[in-house]
Design a protein. Structure first.
Lengths: 256, 543
């Protein structure tokens, strides 16, 4: 009998200190807010669709968004996002106006764990991954909870009841991205061969499930989006991700 | 012992590798020509300093090119006016409030499109500066006679880009060298920029080729003398605006008191417009018999067009995306192309053209699709539901989401003939994009005459009679309406409205902004990011 538990916890922290300074005798500076990733696709091109930014004094990749205080009903019964006037001079969605740092796109803590257990001819191993402390912008919900686009575009279950007709990017659809994912579980049996060993050295039968389960509070299809690479998809679940799928594998291996 | 041998061998091999390596590092890339070869003949000099700049006149990605692409000079001059609107249609065309922002004049100081347009204009200017430095160096070395005309061409080309800057941004830095350090880049007043552009164009015109730029030949698509004359006429026509350093003050200089030196004579702004217009007439430009032929698939033969963005499916990558942007999906599909079902005429356009009245202007049906749509065989185009596709011009608004007509409201762009062999969803067609044409010369002259207290009926009615419309008196009001009809979808509306002092007024679906009356929105803001990069620059008034 053999039990092996391997846990890896990584804490990561970073801060963008400065983007200006002297170069070849010239003072160079960068804008205070520079967008890293935006929403995209029909109806979401340009305008106030910047989501993740680099901001001096903040970690690289923060959500810099207007704050939604809730939904307000219009005369026709539909709802819109109520945007807070953060600086008290009228609502303005531009950088430096009614936007605030609403969280970071990269996880603060990451977990990797492998547990394996062997008993006689049987073995079982489980890989667990997790990430915590970051947020995800649910652009898929922003797009498909918008009844304004129906029936030309599909909407999600629950959209007709909620009846939002608005597609302004606010922190309404910014969610916690924490998750624990059971990446795979493998059960193996090394078949006792007895007298057949002179023909076959080893015979192993295994069965594994990939992407067994995910524990998360995130409401979208998966919290496993790009939360690591600084590019134009960082931190955004923007409807075109092919969802992660679960796969079952049965394996039979012979060693002669 | 064996080890020593091995070490020795290793050293020899290593030094071999080292020796051969240094030779190997001498690159002779086959895909590049060397600096000497690049400038060894007149043709090579032309290709590598002058011709290369024309790559930037058109474009295929956002904010690039003078016309043809989205979110650039054309959109900032068109969707900010009563000429065109991109209504939010359900999930389409909201785009983070961008189009509504343009239409309502709430574009803000950190608009990506405005910044990208600024960057595009300065990119071409800096490339022109580089070319000029290169040409200058060659001229000093060789004294070749063919170089000064090239330098004149590049200078005039750069002046055209400054013309767009002075028109859109007002107070901009004049950067005249490719190596100016950032701290030396300072804003000039609007008047200084204007005077620089006029001077550059006036100085270079005698050296420019008198050839036509819009027709095939050695000067196709290039900055030639008539193109420079056209720009000079435009500059003089807008001189009241461009010499006004204080555009939020509520008053501006009078064109009769603004003087130019033209051909040894001292002329006021309006006389200057007339003089340059006459020079273009004398160069042989005239109205084509029909309005449409200026926008046909092979419009390079037009005697009217002066300056175009050359378009060719095989030779250039320039695109014309505006028909694609306007047509309903099924309308485009009926042509075998694609559409984005977007841009439409405003209600103001419909009223100016007299749409839905008995005396609708003949140009309406040449510039717009309205009502039931027919395919190329004359059959009606249907929606996916089987209903007949009918554009409903009067129902446009800033946001028509949820309305039963959200997908079909608005008269759509026609203007350019359909190139059935167009590629890229119909965006890559052969029709050259018309930037400057002779009808504008006539209307500029008519306007200059009226503003100078003379009678401009002849020029105005020359333009009107070409499309079979009855004569009108040349008044400023009629001229502005005429310009809206003649130049529908041609990107002039913002400049015209600013010159007529009407850019900030309210119109259908667009209330005037609270503090807009002073005229601060007649000039775009210096992009916020640009201000942050260079502390010498200050924001335009009102922003």
């Amino acid at each position: 009998m053999e039990l092996s538990v391997n846990v890896n916890v990584t804490f990561q922290q970073n801060k963008l200190l400065s983007l200006s300074g002297m170069y070849n005798g010239e003072y160079m500076s960068a804008p205070e807010y520079t967008s890293i990733s935006d929403l995209n696709g029909a109806g979401f091109h340009g305008g106030y669709n910047h989501i993740v930014y680099q901001v001096v004094g903040q970690p690289l990749g923060v959500f810099y968004l207007p704050h939604c205080t809730g939904l307000t009903q219009r005369e026709d019964g539909s709802y819109q996002y109520e945007i807070a006037d953060l600086n008290g001079n009228g609502v303005n969605l531009e950088d430096g106006e009614d936007r605030y740092i609403a969280g970071q796109a990269t996880p603060k803590t990451m977990l990797g764990s492998n547990i394996s257990f062997r008993y006689k001819q049987f073995d079982i191993s489980l890989q667990i991954n997790g990430a915590f402390g970051h947020k995800i912008y649910n652009g898929t919900s922003l797009t498909y909870m918008n009844m304004g686009s129906f029936p030309d575009y599909n909407v999600m279950q629950g959209a007709p009841e909620q009846n939002i007709k608005d597609q302004t990017a606010t922190d309404y659809w910014l969610e916690k991205g924490d998750y624990i994912n059971f990446d795979y579980l493998t059960v193996g049996w090394n078949v006792p061969l007895g007298k057949w060993r002179k023909y076959v050295q080893n015979l192993r039968l295994s069965c594994s499930v990939n992407n067994l389960a995910t524990i998360t509070g995130y409401s979208g299809l998966t919290p496993m989006i790009n939360s690591y690479i600084v590019n134009n998809t960082l931190g955004i679940d923007d409807k075109r991700n092919y969802p992660v799928y679960r796969s079952y594998t049965v394996g039979l291996s012979f060693q002669f | 012992m064996a080890m020593k041998k091995f070490v020795l061998l290793f050293c020899i091999l290593y030094s071999f590798a080292f020796l051969s390596c240094s030779k190997f590092l001498e690159e002779n890339p086959r895909d590049q020509i060397s600096e000497e070869d690049a400038y060894d003949s007149a043709t090579a000099v032309y290709l590598n300093t002058v011709a290369t700049l024309y790559n930037y006149v058109g474009g295929y990605s956002d904010s690039q090119g003078l016309q043809g692409t989205y979110r650039g000079i054309y959109d900032l001059n068109t969707f900010t006016t009563d000429e065109a609107i991109l209504p939010t249609r359900g999930g389409d065309w909201y785009d983070g409030g961008f189009w509504q922002g343009l239409f309502l004049h709430k574009w803000g100081v950190s608009s990506d499109a405005i910044r990208a347009t600024w960057e595009y204009l300065y990119k071409v200017i800096v490339l022109s500066n580089k070319s000029l430095e290169r040409l200058d160096e060659f001229y000093k070395q060789t004294g070749n006679k063919y170089i000064p005309p090239y330098m004149a061409e590049v200078q005039a080309f750069r002046a055209m880009y400054y013309y767009y800057l002075v028109d859109m941004f007002g107070r901009v830095p004049l950067v005249l060298s490719s190596s100016t350090p950032m701290k030396e880049i300072k804003q000039s007043t609007r008047q200084e920029v204007f005077e620089f552009v006029v001077k550059e164009l006036q100085e270079t015109t005698p050296l420019l080729s008198p050839e036509r730029s819009n027709q095939f030949g050695d000067y196709y698509g290039r900055m030639t003398r008539p193109v420079a004359y056209f720009l000079l006429a435009k500059l003089a026509l807008n001189a009241e605006v461009y010499t006004n350093n204080n555009w939020t003050s509520g008053s501006r200089p009078d064109g009769r008191n603004l003087f130019f030196e033209v051909g040894g004579q001292r002329l006021n702004a309006w006389q200057t417009v007339m003089a340059y217009c006459d020079s273009i007439t004398a160069s042989g430009y005239r109205l084509t018999p029909t309005y449409e032929e200026n926008f046909s698939v092979f419009n390079e033969t037009s005697v009217e067009n002066i300056f175009t963005v050359p378009m060719d499916k095989n030779f250039y990558t320039n695109q014309m995306q505006y028909l694609f942007r306007s047509r309903h999906y099924n309308h485009a599909k009926a042509y075998g192309l694609s559409g984005e079902n977007g841009s439409s005429a405003t209600q103001e356009v419909l009223r100016t053209f007299g749409y839905d009245t008995e005396d609708v202007d003949a140009r309406f049906s040449k510039c717009y699709f309205a009502g039931v749509v027919l395919d190329l065989n004359g059959d009606t185009v249907r929606l996916d539901t089987g209903e007949v596709l009918e554009y409903l011009p009067w129902l446009v608004d800033v946001d028509i989401t949820g309305k039963p007509y959200e997908k079909v409201a608005g008269a759509r762009m026609k203007k350019y003939a359909i190139d059935k062999t167009a590629t890229k969803d119909g965006k890559l067609s052969d029709n050259d994009i018309v930037l400057f044409r002779y009808a504008d010369v006539l209307l500029m002259k008519s306007e200059a005459k009226v503003r100078n207290g003379e009678n401009g009926d002849a020029e105005l009615n020359q333009v009107r009679s070409r499309v079979g419309m009855a004569d009108r008196r040349a008044t400023l009001e009629n001229l502005l309406a005429e310009r809206q009809m003649e130049f529908a979808w041609e990107g002039w509306r913002r400049q015209d409205l600013v010159r007529f002092g009407l850019f900030t007024r309210a119109y259908s679906s667009r209330p005037q902004l609270a503090d807009e009356g002073c005229g601060y929105t007649t000039v775009f803001p210096i992009p916020e990011n640009i201000l942050l990069l260079n502390g010498n620059l200050t924001q335009n008034p009102g922003y």
